[in-house]
Write a protein that binds this ligand. Sequence first.
Ligand SMILES: Nc1ncnc2c1ncn2[C@@H]1O[C@H](COP(=O)(O)OP(=O)(O)OP(=O)(O)O)[C@@H](O)[C@H]1O
Length: 268
Amino acid sequence: MLAIEGVSRRFGGKAAVSNVNLEIAPGAFIGVIGRSGAGKSTLLRMLNRLVDPSEGKIVFDGVDVTALRGQALRDWRARCAMIFQQFHLIGRLDVLTNVLMGRLNKVSTASAVLQLWSKEDKALALSALEQFDIASLAAQRADSLSGGQQQRVAIARALVQEPSIILADEPIASLDPRNTKVVMDALLRINKHFGITVICNLHSLDLARSYCDRLVGMAAGQVVFDDVPAALTAEAARELYGLEAGEVMDSETEANWAGQTSPAGAAA
Ligand SMILES: Nc1ncnc2c1ncn2[C@@H]1O[C@H](COP(=O)(O)OP(=O)(O)OP(=O)(O)O)[C@@H](O)[C@H]1O
């Protein structure tokens, strides 16, 4: 169980996240939604300690992760893998080596520096690529891949960390609709097949409703909605997004929502 207890983060005098309290059960697929600047990225970054809270605690299975230092903090970051909008691969290295970077925390410093990967690590990395139908790209330079392929490599790299949680910060923001579906399906597969908790910031409400089993809506740093997707009515979404509502839900979407009681369209 991941518990976020009274967590806030200020930058200067400005509160980016204010007194957030959430309990997240293992195996959940959570969509964090809300308008630009609502505090979604800051919340995710605090979970794996890229940003430290100004107040409050984050507790995972009884351990206060906000207090971790040194190797214990590195272990937590490996258990709480992060996927970014811009993939963060090393372009000049081949795909397999990029995935193996996810094993860095599991090997000795000497092996890591010399990139002496064991057969087992290589097999694991290849198998992760196979999960997402990109094993044939293993020897290619990462920067020769399409955006959707690069994001799948980033997801494979996260998977070989053997994480308990995957944090995805707008993972499809720079992808076209076809690659968006491929990448969201990959996250759903990780969630359903491996039981890994996924917490995903999403701009598109349709995707959030289709793929997630719980939506956390943020506004001005606070959680203002926390429920199953079917509970997010068009009216609640308009309140959440204010002037941005037109961008994230068109009139056709609103009409669909009116009669919809359960999420649809996601591939298992
Ligand atoms: N490192 C920082 N220094 C100063 N202010 C910051 C920093 N990071 C975030 N903020 C501010 O905190 C607020 C929340 O930002 P955050 O990026 O968490 O929002 P978001 O909901 O993820 O937005 P978006 O959807 O646009 O990415 C914003 O006002 C932002 O300008």
